[in-house]
Structures are given as structure tokens and as C-alpha cells.
Design a binder for this molecule. Structure first.
Ligand SMILES: [Zn+2]
Length: 251
């Protein structure tokens, strides 16, 4: 983590927090300490995910996360909770993310009656417009289509965000170019990602645009893409992300 990022984190988490204390420490020690929090949180979230299962973890609420972590004897510390709240409620424009908020409260619960589990995918879709759009797309593309990510409640989004953050050495600006912070992803309210069966991680690269799946979707005019090239939200171009609800952007 460089000093600028570190100071951003400090500002986000408030004057009395761990990061403010760390701010007074010079040199490598502060980098090490900041990463310890992210790494420790990731370990706890992974343990909870293993406990509740990959599928249910997608819609796990924050309260359930806290309870399950306690049950696993890996309770979140007050500093960890404060850090999560600062990411969730803080203004992400501070680190260059300009997307709109999609979830008002960290404690928001995804109702089981509002989602449908999509067989063999490991993911849920929101009932209503998201399900209808997926059905249209499936009809157009056929068996080559795979749902690669569906509903992601704030906890799941936090987990993915922290993974990127760890990879980016704690750089929030870099992290948020490839993933929205928890509370700011449209996956929490209906958007989903699609790919080509058997294409694996290439589904999340620009290579996806070269597939017949993408060409069919694009030519059919079925999809409006949430994050177009040079979009104003600070997010990379994601041709695999299907926009379902919300937003004023023309894409
Ligand atoms: Zn997406």
C-alpha cells in the first residue's frame, strides 16, 4: 500500500480507528498492518463461506455473517466491523469510483422469496425482470450460455472486493476499477454476468467478445451493457455484465 492509498483508508475509517493509529507508524510496518486486517477478514469470510456453502454465501446477510463467524469461533473484531462499515458507507468517489449506491443498509436482507436458484450454476437470479432477461438470452443463445455470477448480497461483494484489494496491495483506486465496493454493485439488485460454457476465466476477459455467445447477444440487441468502454463510473469495460435495473446511463 502506498502512502496516498493508506491515507485514503485512514480518512475513510475515521480519526479514532486502527488506520489512524497506524498512520503514525512510518515505513513498512504500516503496510504490513493494513494488509493483516484485509487478510484476516478474508480468512474469516472464507471460513464462513465454507460453513454456509458457496451458493448460500451469495445471499448471506451481514447479521448472518457475524453470527456464523462467532459459531465458527472466528468472531469479527470491532476494528474489522468498523473497516467494513467504512467501505460500505464511505464515499467511494474518494478513490475514483463513481457508480451509484444500490443497497442503502449493510444489514439489508435478501429475501429467499425474491430469488431463484439457477440449477448447476451456484448462483441465484432475482425474480422478475432479471429472470425474464436471462430467459430471453438463454432462448437466443442456447446451451452454450452459462450464468457466471448472479445475485451478490453485500457480504459476497465484500468478499470479492477484499480479494481484489489484497491482490492490489491495498490500493482502493486500483481495486475499484475492476469491482464495485459492497453497497454499490447492481448484482445486489438484479444484474448478472454471463459467459460461454467451458470458457472458464476467459469469460471475464475481453476475449469473451470474440465468442459466438457474445456475438449472438450483441447482434440480437438483447443486452444493454452496464459498463461500456470509457464509462463515467471508473469501472473497466465488462462485456459479460448484463444490466437489468436502475441507473440513468445510456448504454
Ligand atoms: Zn457483473
Amino acid at each position: 500500500m502506498d502512502r496516498r492509498t493508506f491515507l485514503t483508508l485512514s480518512a475513510l475509517t475515521g480519526a479514532t480507528t486502527l488506520f489512524a493509529q497506524l498512520d503514525e507508524i512510518e515505513g513498512n510496518k504500516q503496510i504490513f498492518s493494513g494488509n493483516i486486517l484485509v487478510t484476516s477478514l478474508l480468512q474469516k469470510l472464507t471460513i464462513v463461506q465454507n460453513q454456509v456453502g458457496y451458493v448460500q454465501f451469495n445471499i448471506l446477510s451481514f447479521d448472518e455473517l457475524l453470527k456464523t463467524a462467532v459459531r465458527c469461533k472466528k468472531p469479527l473484531t470491532p476494528q474489522e466491523v468498523q473497516f467494513i462499515e467504512s467501505i460500505f458507507y464511505g464515499d467511494p468517489r474518494r478513490y475514483g469510483f463513481y457508480g451509484e449506491r444500490t443497497v442503502p443498509q449493510l444489514s439489508t436482507v435478501t429475501q429467499k422469496k425474491d430469488v431463484t436458484y439457477m440449477d448447476k450454476t451456484g448462483h441465484f437470479l432475482m425474480r422478475g425482470p432479471a429472470m425474464e432477461k436471462y430467459t430471453q438470452i438463454k432462448r437466443l443463445v442456447g446451451n452454450d450460455l452459462v450464468l457466471t455470477s448472479g445475485v451478490r448480497a453485500p457480504v459476497k461483494q465484500l468478499y470479492l472486493f477484499l480479494k481484489k484489494m489484497e491482490f492490489a496491495g491495498g490500493d482502493l483506486r486500483l481495486t475499484s476499477t475492476s469491482i464495485a465496493p459492497p453497497g454499490f454493485t447492481f448484482h445486489s439488485v438484479g444484474d448478472f454476468d454471463i459467459g460461454k460454457v467451458g470458457f472458464g476465466q476467459y469469460n471475464f476477459t475481453e476475449k469473451f467478445q470474440e465468442t459466438d455467445v457474445f456475438k449472438k447477444l450483441y447482434d440480437g440487441g438483447y443486452i444493454s451493457i452496464r459498463y461500456t468502454t470509457n464509462n463515467p463510473y471508473g469501472v473497466r469495460y465488462e462485456p459479460w455484465h448484463i444490466k437489468v435495473t436502475g441507473g440513468n446511463e445510456t448504454a
